[in-house]
Design a protein around this ligand. Structure first.
Ligand SMILES: Nc1nc2c(ncn2[C@@H]2O[C@H](COP(=O)(O)OP(=O)(O)O)[C@@H](O)[C@H]2O)c(=O)[nH]1
Ligand SMILES: [Mg+2]
Length: 373
């Protein structure tokens, strides 16, 4: 990291971004980081997960001047870890803007993260409005997936938002986009909805503008049933896995995008619902390949293709509705299929060890203050 001697800025903008798995939070934060950096801001990104070995941290490192992570639990349950990481971003790098991505299965962020930051650390941080990033295709489909608790969790993420950030405008049929906006206006009439594309940048300046506005969600309490929230998270099997991929028979290497896309297609084929499955490959010379499957019925998206690789370190992060044992078995089968498709041979220092997220127990849970009379 650079900038160890940079002075701590007087006021640090701190934005927490939530939203369901695969909505485009990391892509959005990377786009915001590039945009703000081009305006001279010193931007730090913070990734977050129930496990460690995060694809998102790799992406954040590529997009921002400083990247950190909070692992082993969500921001609300690891609040002190979040503060430690942000303090490092400010002290080591001189960050004036910190963008923190919450776990995609997390909600109630106003009460457990935004309000505690504002009330207890408001002298250090100017806390921005809470953004909930939404994939319109997921919004349209979640009610039909037969997963009532996950649909409830998704809705509570929307209800918690100061601003609903309706992403993927480039990929969504305009009629669907209009229908989703109409439905959101009916369900959450007080919450502004911004339509944009993190991929193309369309609509991004308006989203950037929200970072300087005061939050509005502090004056109302989210009605939430933690048992349902916990049940929803527990529906998901969660796996972070590291492996070494080699090309034993080809001097040219193995086609890394084909390996990644085959792995994800096989991994997600049997799941009742795909939250998000992603794979990130890094070659020794630094080239990277990244692919994602977000349960939108489409083939896995190859977001970056580093081409043929002689060897690579692969990081797989998967959140699927199935049992942990099924996910472990699915990964082993998917690796075999990917190796066969790409002429590769994969080995791993440890066996896959999927788990289900534990019951959420936030460190803080502060009620809203009544609005001033
Ligand atoms: N077409 C399109 N795809 C997007 C956009 N934003 C994100 N994605 C894709 O959606 C997938 C999940 O994105 P990611 O940022 O990792 O989602 P997260 O789980 O919410 O952090 C990736 O394949 C992204 O490339 C967008 O604006 N348009
Ligand atoms: Mg992410």
């Amino acid at each position: 990291m650079t900038g160890r001697d940079a002075p701590a800025p007087a006021s640090v903008t701190f934005a927490v971004v939530g939203g369901f798995l695969g909505a485009g939070k990391t892509t959005t934060l990377a786009a915001l980081a590039r945009e703000l950096t081009s305006r001279g801001r010193r931007v730090a990104l913070v990734a977050n997960d129930q496990g460690d070995d995060l694809v998102d941290t790799r992406l954040a490192e590529a997009a921002a001047g400083w990247a950190g992570e909070v692992t082993g639990g969500c921001f609300c349950c690891r609040f002190e870890d979040l503060l430690d990481v942000v303090t490092r971003a400010v002290e080591e790098y001189g960050a004036d803007t910190v963008l923190a991505e919450a776990v995609g299965s997390c909600t109630d962020l106003q009460a457990t993260v935004v309000r505690p930051l504002h009330r207890r650390y408001g002298a250090r941080f100017r806390v921005a409005p809470l953004l909930t990033v939404v994939d319109p295709a997921r919004f349209a489909a979640i009610g039909r997936a037969g997963e009532a608790d996950l649909a409830y969790l998704f809705d509570r993420q929307l209800a918690d938002a100061d601003v609903i950030a309706l992403n993927k405008a480039d990929a969504v049929d305009p009629a669907l986009s209009a229908a989703v906006r109409t439905a959101l206006a009916a369900l959450h009439p007080r919450t502004p909805v911004l339509t944009y594309s993190a991929r193309t940048g369309t609509g991004l300046p308006a989203l950037t503008g929200t970072l300087t506005a005061p939050p509005t969600g502090r004056d109302r309490d989210l009605v939430i049933d933690y048992d349902r929230y916990a049940a929803a998270e527990a529906r998901l099997a969660w796996l972070n896995h590291t492996a070494e991929v080699r090309a034993p028979r080809s001097a040219a290497g193995f086609p890394s995008a084909r390996w990644a896309a085959t792995l994800l297609a096989e991994l997600t084929a049997g799941a009742a619902l795909v939250g998000h499955a992603k794979v990130h490959l890094t070659a020794p010379d630094g080239r990277t390949t990244k692919a994602s499957a977000v349960g939108d019925g489409r083939a896995p998206a190859v977001d970056a293709d580093g081409g043929a690789m002689r060897s690579a370190r692969a990081l797989v992060n998967a959140r699927l509705v199935c049992s942990a044992g099924e996910l472990d078995a699915a990964l082993a089968a998917a690796v075999r299929a990917a190796d066969a498709a790409a002429g590769a041979a994969t080995s791993a220092p440890t066996r896959p060890a999927a788990f289900h997220p534990a019951y959420p127990r936030p460190v803080h849970r502060l009620p809203a203050e009544p609005p001033p009379r």
